[in-house]
Design a protein. Structure first.
Length: 705
């Protein structure tokens, strides 16, 4: 049975039959989109839920057991610990396949939904229901997807604060490769997604299947292969012991698990996800140019300085001005005030409205920073309600960043935060919120549940809080930040318009971070700012054009004290902002591509218009190349028979370097046109450039002579 959209996903199911076990999902021979009876030999498969009754003994996707009252011992545990679900009903629409199953002996029901998405991805989720007396203690419920035996190499990500989404690869082997996020958020070291592909796959080549869990809380993702069956990717929420206890009639639903298959490498996987993201109701469209004041003033909030920054922001073409941390009660540093969400009248005697009015007067939107889920022990809120902190029974968790985490599962705490933030957003006429989440959730128990773990309920409460505020303030755009890129996932993206990609604003580091973050998230969501000449994080110094050109390919903005910039700097920033605003529809609506190049010293990347009519291409020379032969950049997605001209976009250093020729002012090819087929197959050659420079080009259909 071909699932709707199967030709795009290259996956198909056995025909579901009521009364039979869960149908197998099978990888399909690439390029076919096979259906039953097409003459292709059947491939081994696995069901979307792996159960322990099957002979090929591997890690099951459902783990749990039932606890029932027992007249002798008081209770009996260990019942219903294994299942054999039989299909009871199947329904289909154009985009959704729903399979319902039950195990009457175990007293459990299962519903599996498979949805085909715009762009070719699918997403899958399970719902388990306790249909018998007693409590069912659920430990795990994961979605599993088999992969073909020629997908022998796996890519996922790791990282740290300021160094998110660093790729790592290994070969598929027997056993389990498991990655877990346990911090109450994906975290800066998140696996992000798991991609299995043919050996040596790259950005533009290779057969791949990728899997990602759409959840902003704890999750697990992995790949397993036993000695008897095919390998399978799997993923779901990571549940703490006793976190989900289902009474009779109660259900648990997994997060959506996204699955993408592509025959054209990592860019094909990314493109499918970007297409879906651009169909979301909350999608932002082309993003305004944004100035954030954090690295300009930190906690030193003075109206005169901030108004001058607003004036300079408007002068260089910014469209949004964001006041970061430091505006609320007691907040003169990071040690106090979190939770006290009212304006500090010692610093802001007239409130935030004077600054908001100034910003609006310059024609810009006004943004404000919050960290709603956190509280400092040095705060009026904590002193009044220490029981509102997530904690196991009997003690507080270890402090991080002088913070604890508010228990939003408690209605009183949730309403306190909602009402205080709601009041500030209204009083200050706010247009944009940067929503931060800096510390991890350690020992996150709820006092309302006698210290039982509350990671799942906390993430549900966070989304409910965010959605409640979104409904109250529909004019506001929302940015997800968690120590930078610690909460970037396919669940959160349905609720926000922007992510802060990383607290690292060093342009050289950002080249690598942004290169891999677009594997999951479309570039228009990813905040990318021009930093100060000397990086606040690394101390490295970069040319303004390198910093600005790096920021061009995301949600462009500034993270710099513009009062320290020269007039020449301001003029140059204004020119880059003009370029961004003139081309952002293409930059943020085109298909992202990344060139497969030898070595790590040079990055080639860009975007191509959906209709193939134009492209923007960048060559970033990060370091000295080993060789002096330049690089060839191949641009996919243009019209093969069309003729194009390639011109420089933005300031470009045309001068000859040591052993390299000078560049023609008209463009890499001078005035000569080139076909789309040639750009895709032969490519565009560029000489070696100076280290820590970026060369940006515009490719457009040539006008007839």
């Amino acid at each position: 049975m071909l699932f709707p959209g199967c030709a795009g996903t290259n996956l198909c199911f056995d025909e579901p039959v009521a009364g039979e076990p869960l149908p197998l999902l099978r990888p399909v021979v690439w390029g076919h989109g096979a259906a039953a009876g097409d003459g292709l030999s059947p491939r081994p498969g696995r069901p979307l839920l792996i159960e322990g009754w099957r002979p090929d003994v591997v890690r099951p996707g459902l783990a749990g057991h039932r606890v029932v009252a027992d007249s002798g011992s008081g209770f009996a545990a260990g019942r219903s610990w294994t299942t054999k679900f039989l299909l009871s009903s199947i329904s289909r629409t154009d985009r959704v396949l729903t399979m319902s199953a039950e195990d009457r002996d175990a007293g459990l029901g299962l519903e599996t939904e498979v949805e085909s998405l715009l762009g070719g991805a699918i997403r899958i989720r399970h719902t388990v229901t306790n249909r018998a007396p007693g409590h069912y203690l659920l430990d795990e419920l994961s979605v599993s997807v088999p992969i073909a035996d020629d997908l022998t190499e796996v890519l996922d990500f790791t990282g740290r604060h300021g160094g998110e989404r660093s790729p790592q690869r290994h070969h598929v082997a027997d056993g389990v490769w498991l990655r877990e996020s346990r911090a109450g958020k994906p975290g800066c070291g998140s696996a992000t997604m798991l991609v299995a592909g043919t050996s040596g796959f790259g950005f533009a080549h290779g057969d791949l299947v990728g899997l990602a869990v759409a959840w902003g809380g704890n999750s697990r993702i992995g790949i397993q292969r036993g000695p008897q069956g095919v390998a399978a990717l799997f993923g779901g929420e990571l549940l703490q012991p006793g976190e989900v206890v289902l009474g009779e009639g109660e259900s648990y639903r997994t997060p959506w698990v996204f699955v993408v298959a592509a025959g054209d490498g990592l860019d094909g996987v990314a493109g499918a996800l970007h297409d879906w993201q651009r169909s979301l109701p909350a999608h932002p469209g082309p993003q305004p140019a944004t100035l954030n004041v954090w690295e300009a003033v930190y906690f030193d909030h003075r109206l005169e300085k901030l108004e001058e920054l607003a004036r300079l922001a408007a002068r260089v073409g910014m469209e949004r001005f964001v006041l970061d941390d430091g505006w609320f009660h007691l907040r003169r540093g990071d040690h106090a005030g979190l939770g006290d969400w009212w304006v500090d009248d010692q610093v802001w005697p007239e409130g935030l409205r004077p600054l908001a009015d100034t910003v609006h007067g310059f024609g810009m939107a006004f943004g404000l920073w919050f960290e709603p889920e956190m509280v400092n022990p040095d705060s009026d809120l904590f002193r009044a309600h220490p029981e509102w902190v997530l904690q196991p029974a009997g003690r507080l968790p270890a402090e991080q960043r002088r913070q604890q985490v508010l228990d939003l599962t408690q209605d009183a705490a949730w309403r306190w935060v909602r009402d205080r933030i709601d009041a500030v957003l209204t009083e200050a006429s706010v247009d944009f919120v940067k929503w931060d989440h800096n510390r991890d959730l350690l020992e996150a128990g709820s006092t309302a549940a006698r210290g039982a773990p509350a990671y799942h309920a906390q993430n549900v409460a966070y989304l409910r809080l965010l959605d409640d505020l979104r409904e109250r303030h529909p004019q506001i755009a929302w940015e997800s930040c968690a120590s930078g890129g610690g909460r970037i996932d396919l669940g959160t993206i349905e609720h926000v318009q922007r992510f802060w990609t990383s607290d690292m604003t060093d342009a050289l580091a950002r080249q690598r971070i942004q290169r891999w973050t677009v594997q999951l998230i479309a570039p228009e969501y990813l905040g990318a700012h021009i930093s100060a000449p000397g990086s606040h994080q690394t101390g490295r110094h970069f040319d303004l054009d390198f910093r600005a050109g790096t920021a061009l390919f995301g949600s462009f903005g500034i993270e710099w004290d513009l009062t320290a910039a020269t007039e020449e700097d301001l003029d140059r920033i204004a020119e880059w902002t003009r370029i961004y605003r003139a081309h952002r529809a293409l930059l943020q609506g085109g298909r992202t591509f990344r060139c497969d190049l030898p070595g790590a010293e040079v990055h080639g990347y860009g975007v191509v218009a959906p209709d193939g009519g134009a492209a923007i291409l960048a060559l970033a020379q990060l370091d000295e190349s080993v060789a002096n032969r330049g690089v060839t950049l191949r641009i996919p997605g243009l019209r093969p028979d069309a003729s194009y001209r390639v011109s420089w976009l933005g300031p470009v250093d045309l001068a000859a370097g040591s052993g390299t020729p000078a560049l023609d002012p008209a463009g890499p090819l001078g005035d000569h046109p080139i076909s789309g087929a040639a750009l895709a197959e032969t490519g565009l050659w560029l000489p070696r450039r100076k280290p820590e420079t970026i060369t940006v080009m515009h490719i457009a259909v040539a006008e007839p002579e």
